[in-house]
Write a protein that binds this ligand. Structure first.
Ligand SMILES: NC(=O)c1ccc[n+]([C@@H]2O[C@H](COP(=O)([O-])OP(=O)(O)OC[C@H]3O[C@@H](n4cnc5c(N)ncnc54)[C@H](OP(=O)(O)O)[C@@H]3O)[C@@H](O)[C@H]2O)c1
Length: 343
């Protein structure tokens, strides 16, 4: 396992960060549809447990989680007794103000941290990822210019109480770094301009490479980046890259994925088929920029962890490949970013 520094901080993260959003039968966000029997749910939990244990055993030192994912209970069970629990760097998600809320509530920050410390059997959260969805931004405007303008205008008044609370938590030794999960690139620039954030967590993958210019800025400024969903929720894998071969009930047949598969066809026609397959390429692509510290990626079983470990090896694509894919996506237009859950 290779490790990278988070910006110019002293935090060293493994190139893979275990995304804990899907690895239990109780997860709120699934990539596979349908009801599970009791036996299937238990099997899924056993496989998810083995995935996390295999990742930690292979040197993964970072876990991304949230109290909202419906999966914390299993992290809690595993970490309670795990010999490496004090070596893990936790990234947690924290949202305030939420879409329709009028004001920031710094108690959400403190409560999220205290809850995570308890659940994860740790005494420090390395990175708190702040998601500002409001104030007064209906969900439909979350990624639109109207919502953006309101979120950006409110940044100064939102940040003041949050920074006070974060500094207090830091003095108590409970947190390390504060980063933004921006939704849009306009907001990302504005949030970075405030100087309050040590880095950014955002989607970064072959279909969603819009953060590339931000990565250049982060590298220049010594701030870190966490690349979320490098496999685009399982689409950019050998299993799903060929859509017509998927089982009839696979969620990727739904209309919401049409524009993403159309874009992928164009990219495949331009760059060709990667020698070591798509799962491998997609992960290497997301690690190709030096500002990317770690990939926040979900693995549901040991085989998926093994494929990820294999990708974090050898050479990564060069800058020319990043620019080429970025230009192709710009030319066609990136599919609307919208919430992909349930599409
Ligand atoms: N997606 C979001 O909007 C979002 C938002 C905030 C935070 N996050 C964080 O980011 C993490 C990753 O997001 P994500 O799960 O949406 O996207 P992802 O990591 O790009 O995709 C993960 C999915 O890809 C499939 N997969 C993984 N390894 C594979 C392999 N070797 N071969 C074939 N398929 C493989 C698995 O689905 P199957 O097992 O079903 O095939 C897995 O659930 C989350 O756990 C969470 O911590 C995500």
């Amino acid at each position: 396992m290779r490790y990278r520094q988070f910006g110019n901080t002293d935090l060293e993260l493994s190139e893979l960060c275990f995304g804990a959003m899907r690895f239990t039968s109780t997860a709120d966000h699934v990539t596979l549809p349908g009801e599970r029997s009791q036996a299937e749910a238990e099997q899924q939990n056993r496989e998810g447990r083995r995935a996390l244990e295999a990742a930690l055993g292979a040197g993964v030192n970072c876990i991304h989680s949230s109290g909202d994912y419906g999966t914390r209970w299993m992290l809690s069970e595993i970490l309670a007794e795990h010999p490496k629990r004090h070596d893990i760097h936790h990234v947690i998600k924290m949202t305030t103000p939420d879409y329709e809320e009028g004001h920031v509530d710094p108690r959400v920050l403190r409560d999220s941290v205290e809850e995570a410390l308890r659940d994860l059997h740790t005494d420090r959260i390395a990175i708190v990822q702040h998601l500002q969805r409001g104030p007064h931004v209906p969900k439909a405007e979350a990624y639109a210019a109207e919502g953006d303008a309101r979120r950006i205008a409110a940044l100064p008044e939102i940040l003041e109480p949050l920074q006070d609370t974060f500094e207090a938590l830091k003095r108590e030794g409970k947190v390390g770094h504060f980063i933004t999960f921006p939704h849009t690139m306009g907001y990302a620039e504005a949030a970075l301009d405030t100087g309050a954030y040590a880095g950014v967590a955002h989607f970064f993958n072959v279909i969603e490479p819009e953060a590339l210019p931000i990565l250049d800025r982060l590298e220049h400024e010594g701030r870190g980046f966490l690349a979320i969903r490098p496999l685009l929720q399982g689409m950019l894998t050998d299993k799903r890259v060929q859509r017509d071969g998927l089982p009839a009930d696979d969620l990727k047949h739904r209309a919401g994925w049409d524009s993403r598969y159309a874009l992928l066809e164009k990219i495949r026609a331009s760059i060709g088929e990667p020698d070591a397959g798509w799962t491998n390429f997609a992960l290497k692509f997301a690690l190709a920029h030096p500002a990317v510290t770690s990939l926040v990626v979900s693995a549901n079983n040991e085989r998926q962890v093994e494929a990820m470990l294999a990708a974090c090896d050898g050479n990564y694509p060069d800058r020319e490949m990043l620019d080429r894919v970025y230009a192709l996506v710009e030319e066609v237009g990136m599919p609307p970013k919208a919430d992909l859950f349930g599409l």
